[in-house]
Design a protein around this ligand. Structure first.
Ligand SMILES: [Mg+2]
Length: 127
């Protein structure tokens, strides 16, 4: 698996190619677009739109489709609007912003995980 930073820069480069960075970016807007993906995940859960137990098998099958037209049809049928898709959307927006802001996400995740390991149960909070 690729490192987070490598993936972040690949996502960011594609988003630049797609024109998402043609205009000056507003950090508040970028953060709110992450929130919209969280809201879509909430809706997917409310509608019980999960790929479910067959998910891993389906993902393997769909990812092996050679022709883009067929891939898109299958993706729209099996993945579009699922909780799993929205998790990917959240992650993609997060990584895009980290690359845009030149944040070393690998290092920061490692730092934070170590810090969290030193904190008390539930980090000293109720939940
Ligand atoms: Mg989405």
């Amino acid at each position: 698996m690729k490192g987070l930073n490598q993936l972040a820069y690949e996502i960011h480069d594609r988003n630049i190619e797609k024109g998402f960075f043609d205009d000056k970016k507003n950090i508040g807007e970028m953060l709110m677009l992450m929130v919209t993906e969280v809201a879509e995940a909430c809706e997917a859960d409310r509608k019980d739109r999960y790929m479910g137990k067959e998910g891993n098998w389906l993902v393997d099958r769909i990812s092996q489709i050679q022709f883009d037209d067929t891939f898109k049809i299958q993706y729209d049928t099996d993945v579009k609007g699922t909780f799993e898709e929205e998790m990917a959307d959240i992650f993609i927006r997060l990584l895009d912003m980290c690359a845009f802001k030149k944040i070393d996400l690998n290092a920061h995740v490692e730092l934070k995980m170590r810090y969290n390991s030193l904190r008390p149960h539930k980090h000293g909070k109720k939940y």
